[in-house]
Design a protein around this ligand. Structure first.
Ligand SMILES: Nc1ncnc2c1ncn2[C@@H]1O[C@H](COP(=O)(O)OP(=O)(O)OP(=O)(O)O)[C@@H](O)[C@H]1O
Length: 746
């Protein structure tokens, strides 16, 4: 295989591992010049180079840390053939820019070491100490196979059993679902007049995604095993409305739903009554109550309040933000605020933590510092844009091909990006993992398994993927933030964030898919050099990450002879030097580029994915724009991470046009057409599944304000958020809008 980098393949010795004194001086000078280095070249050059093939480079540029020739002729393989087959073919010469050349310096990460907020997961208290129904206790012990309570359960269950409203905050994977499900089931089974199915909902649980709805339903169903007269049900979209209506008509006593779907039924179904409602639970409350769902939540609360005033309200999340606390002030009645923070770090008397802690609502700074599971190791790697794709692929290979039983979730910023990488990896990495190579475990070739999950998939497939990945011992799930919240995917060992999240809260929820309930897990955040400052932003929220070097990730390619260059073909590859790593990375990049350029259709598919990336990039909230700004992207380099050899010429015009049109996301284009605001488009990731309902929503105006749709009389904004309190709509709306700025990109 001829590598695409002539400086590597023509004469390996030109790549001395130690640069000459002169080269090193020049490199230092270059480094100083680019001290405030970012991905972006100066504005003028950026405009020129971004849309043109790689240009000739200056001497100084060639002295940078990674060197090579600007262009190189190489022989591409026949498309979608494994890299090992490629040597045997006659290939035309195609120009490609060097992968390791003209990259910006990788800045040193001066990350402040901060003390992370910690929580203790388990307590020694047993469920039978709670005075629950004996059948409920035995179900928890035998069906769920749990005996001792987690901290959040120990604190929340007694409070909820006392009949209080509560605001519950505890780290991801700490058992919040049972913290509300147990009191709900205990209280409903104990009702004097036995519950009838036809009574309708006694408890309403709102969750942001369909998968989470299914998961919570599963838990409730298990708890209800001994109490067969109480019927649980789930409404989540994707299912035929007619069959959901039929189930509602028969009666559902514990109703779990996504907000959009419930609103649809409130508006169109006569069979949903809340007169007997005793419980209203908002799981992932900060997500549910943010701008994306605000309108739906108002409709739901108004419908509920119109029929029922006296009930218990519970808000739960690992990241309760100020907006939720404010809304909690309106929607909760004399709530107990439960936080499981391990104060032993700050307090002299560590015994205090064992006592049930009922604290005032967290305020100010405390809200911004989220607890992270102690057994979660967080890493960050800084990778130039050109190398992002090979770096991600190498990391996946390292963990999931060469190590045993690794289960990985990779987060992307849009559905289209998920689809692109999923297909690309299936066609390239899987076909290249046919025969076990030297250094590869015998069963490694069968170890690689890719799945994907995003909001644009058919519900049937979404559910199947969710189930398959849940029950699988290994595999790579490529997904959007639709999988970031609440999902309890057992034994996930690695979380990779290929596109940085739009807020610290989303960072916490994404990494929270691993290291659950005291298990060990790791995460990797991949940043471009221009994004390195994001590490400080995380540190300001008491999030500590340690650096992983890109070279150490790429190093794995030397274990896989699929990625051997031609020069090395006849040799045994014992020596693992930077040169060989670069060569193999170039071979892998060539595999991607060959696949993408194998047809016009694939090129335009890659362009669309690139466009989707740029559009998603433009949606970072204002407070992160100084780190993530489209202007900081070198499109030519970014294009390479989509297997494109050059940046598409018409991309910037297209993107500008799109940005003007309210930053529509291409992956949702079909659904949204041209009328939706950004928020609505982004929300559709979590949509009810009933498109006409979504499409009708025009603008995020407060009900009753000019431009808003008239609501049904019972839904008019005279809203009581329960217990006779009037919703100060405008104030809340403003507060929510402020808070949502950090959560727009989901
Ligand atoms: N007392 C317990 N003993 C053992 N396992 C438990 C206990 N309580 C909950 N679990 C398990 O812990 C895992 C995480 O629970 P859960 O999904 O409720 O966490 P969570 O706090 O809601 O997380 P997130 O914030 O991500 O939504 C689940 O697999 C659950 O079955």
């Amino acid at each position: 295989m001829a590598a695409a980098d002539s400086s590597l393949s023509d004469n390996p010795r030109t790549f001395s591992r130690r640069p000459s004194a002169q080269a090193s001086r020049q490199a230092k000078a270059t480094k100083r010049k680019h001290q405030a280095s970012s991905e972006a070249p100066p504005a003028k050059r950026r405009n020129e180079t971004s849309f043109l093939p790689a240009k000739k480079t200056s001497v100084k540029e060639t002295q940078r840390a990674f060197k090579g020739n600007t262009q190189k002729t190489f022989s591409p393989k026949k498309h979608s053939v494994s890299p090992s087959d490629r040597n045997q073919e006659e290939r035309p010469c195609i120009k490609t820019s060097s992968l390791f050349k003209n990259n910006p310096d990788i800045p040193e990460l001066h990350r402040p070491v901060v003390k992370q907020v910690q929580e203790k997961v388990f307590t020694s208290a047993a469920f039978h100490e709670l005075g629950l129904h004996p059948h409920l206790i035995s179900t928890i012990n035998t069906v769920l196979k749990m005996s001792s309570m987690t901290s959040v359960q120990k604190q929340s269950i007694p409070v909820l059993l006392e009949g209080r409203d509560a605001l519950v905050r505890s780290q991801t994977g700490s058992g919040k679902t049972l913290a509300y499900c147990i009191p709900v089931v205990q209280s409903l089974q104990a009702m004097k007049s036995k519950i009838q199915r036809s009574d309708g909902p006694y408890a309403l649980v709102l969750v942001p995604t369909r998968e989470l709805a299914l998961q919570s339903f599963d838990t409730v169903q298990k708890l209800l095993k001994p109490f067969t007269w109480i019927v649980p049900g789930v409404l989540m979209g994707g299912e035929k409305r007619k069959s959901e209506k039929a189930r509602l008509r028969k009666g559902i006593n514990i109703l779990i739903s996504t907000p959009g779907r419930l609103v649809d039924h409130i508006k169109s179904t006569k069979n949903i009554h809340f007169s007997r409602l005793r419980w209203l639970v908002f799981d992932e409350a900060d997500r549910i109550l943010d701008l994306g769902f605000e309108r739906d939540i108002t409709v739901i609360l108004n419908a509920v309040n119109a029929e029922c005033q006296k009930r218990q309200n519970v808000l739960l999340s690992a990241t309760l933000t100020e907006g939720v606390t404010r809304l909690a002030g309106i929607s909760l009645h004399d709530p107990v605020s439960i936080s499981v923070l391990d104060k032993s770090h700050d307090q002299l008397n560590p015994k205090d933590k064992a006592v049930r802690e009922v604290c005032p609502p967290p305020a100010g700074d405390e809200l911004d510092n989220f607890a992270i599971p102690e057994s979660l190791e967080q890493h960050v790697t800084v990778v130039p844009s050109k190398l992002r794709l090979v770096c991600l692929a190498a990391f996946i290979l390292q963990k999931c091909k060469f190590e045993k039983d690794q289960k990985m979730v990779v987060f992307f910023s849009s559905c289209e990006l998920v689809e692109f990488h999923y297909s690309l990896f299936l066609q390239t990495l899987l076909s290249s993992s046919g025969a076990p190579a030297s250094g590869q475990l015998p069963s490694a070739s069968t170890r690689l398994k890719f799945l994907r999950l995003h909001g644009n998939m058919e519900q049937e497939e979404r559910t199947a993927v969710f189930q398959e990945f849940s029950h699988s011992r290994r595999g790579v799930l490529l997904c959007t933030d639709v999988a970031a919240r609440g999902l309890d995917l057992p034994q996930v060992t690695w979380i990779v964030q290929y596109n940085a999240p739009s807020s610290p809260a989303e960072y916490i929820h994404r990494i929270g898919r691993t290291a659950r309930i005291g298990c060990h897990g790791s995460s990797l955040l991949i940043l471009a050099p221009s994004e390195a400052e994001y590490v400080n932003s995380l540190a300001s929220h008491k999030i500590n990450v340690s650096e992983m070097k890109m070279e150490d990730i790429l190093c794995v390619l030397t274990r896989d002879d699929c990625f051997k260059g031609k020069r090395w073909g006849a040799q045994k590859s014992h020596a693992v030097g930077p040169q060989e790593i670069r060569e193999r990375a170039t071979v892998l990049q060539t595999v991607f580029e060959d696949y993408v350029h194998s047809s016009e259709r694939r090129v335009s598919w890659a362009k669309k994915a690139l466009q989707s990336f740029i559009q998603a990039y433009a949606t970072y909230p204002r407070e992160l724009k100084h780190i993530f700004h489209v202007r900081s992207l070198h499109l030519g380099h970014v294009a390479k991470s989509f297997g494109l050899r050059d940046a598409p010429r018409n991309l910037s015009a297209l993107t500008r046009k799109k940005r003007k049109a309210h930053l529509k996301r291409p992956d949702l284009h079909k659904k949204t057409q041209s009328k939706h605001s950004l928020t609505e488009i982004l929300r559709s990731e979590y949509s009810s599944g009933i498109e006409p309902g979504v499409a009708k929503v025009k603008k995020q105006n407060a009900p009753g304000e000019p431009g808003s749709r008239p609501l049904r009389p019972s839904l008019q904004p005279t809203p009581c958020f329960g217990h006779g309190k009037t919703l100060k709509w405008r104030k809340t709306q403003k507060a929510l809008q402020q808070d949502s700025k950090t959560s727009q990109k989901v």
